[in-house]
Ligand binder design. Structure first.
Ligand code: THU
Length: 287
């Protein structure tokens, strides 16, 4: 059966129109991850601080603006194709902006976080007791981290850095230049390029040079937002098996990987897991 996901979106603050796409991705991701089958509809309104405050006062008797409010409804219409109306969530972008700054993470990430938080409330999660909080916040983080949306990478900057890195390749044997860049969540673009050796197997690929450089600087897998790479090839998709294995251990499996053809006219947007679906891990050595 066709599963519909309807986001009834209203932005009363005149924010960027691209945000709607993010909220749609979040809605589908939460439903899929929670294993919700069937069709669902939710209303999402972006409100000014004054409007959000008014609602907060009217429904919770708290006279101040707040980041997110949830009005759970859960009613399934009895039509040929039933759609469950989940209710309404209101978010105040101005509060979200403030909180994003406070936590020094991207504004879109904060918006996604608030929408996930509201949706989880609708599905019965809460944070009244420590046990409840632990359960809700763990799920919230997992949903946020696995969201197929990259909050950190500026693709134009990535391409620029990739081309710069590629120029530095040390390739006296193959003359095949590869550039790689690790994007960190604190905004660094760490370059790598292939470094060849007369003992051929001692050659190190660009992807691994970039990843090892990031690790040498102190970054760890949870700090890495994405990896990009570019080769001299006319097509895309040339990360070698060894690099895929290393990525699977030094990056999160859900981290995005962007691979560009030599002239940047084509690119493949995938993830570490997309490149290596069944990685060999430490757990595979359990006896
Ligand atoms: N190479 C990379 O840098 N990354 C890959 O994923 C594939 C191969 C380099 C290694 C060597 O210097 C040249 O490309 C030819 O294999």
């Amino acid at each position: 059966m066709d599963e519909k996901r309807i986001l009834d979106y209203l932005d009363k603050t005149g924010g960027r129109r691209t945000l709607e796409r993010l909220f749609r991705i979040v809605f589908s991701h939460v439903l899929d991850s929670l294993g919700k089958k069937g069709s669902y509809e939710v209303s999402l309104s972006l409100l000014s601080p004054a409007e959000q405050r008014e609602l907060n006062k009217a429904y919770r008797n708290i006279d101040r603006e707040t980041d997110v409010l949830t009005f759970a409804y859960e009613e399934t219409c009895q039509e040929a194709i039933p759609v469950t109306d989940l209710g309404t969530i209101t978010i105040c972008p101005e509060v979200a902006k403030r909180q994003a700054k406070e936590f020094s993470h991207p504004y879109e990430r904060e918006l996604a976080f608030l929408f996930i938080h509201g949706l989880l409330h609708i599905f019965g999660y809460d944070h009244q007791t420590p046990e409840e909080s632990e359960r809700m916040f763990a799920l919230q983080n997992r949903l946020l981290n696995t969201l197929p949306f990259d909050f950190y990478t500026n693709r134009r900057k990535l391409v620029r850095k990739l081309l710069e890195a590629q120029q530095k390749a040390i390739v006296p044997y193959s003359h095949f230049r590869v550039g790689a860049v690790v994007v960190t969540k604190d905004g660094k673009y760490i370059e790598g390029f292939n470094i060849e050796n007369s003992s051929y197997p001692a050659t190190c690929c660009a992807e691994r040079v970039a990843l090892y450089a990031a690790y040498a600087m102190g970054y760890r897998k949870e700090d890495i937002a994405a990896l990009g790479c570019i080769t001299d090839s006319k097509k895309v998709g040339t990360c070698c098996g060894v690099c895929r294995q290393v990525m699977s251990e030094l990056m999160e499996l859900y981290a995005p990987v962007y691979i560009y053809s030599g002239d940047c006219s084509q690119h493949l947007d995938t993830t570490v897991e997309g490149l290596l679906p069944h990685p060999f891990t430490k757990e595979d050595m359990d006896r």
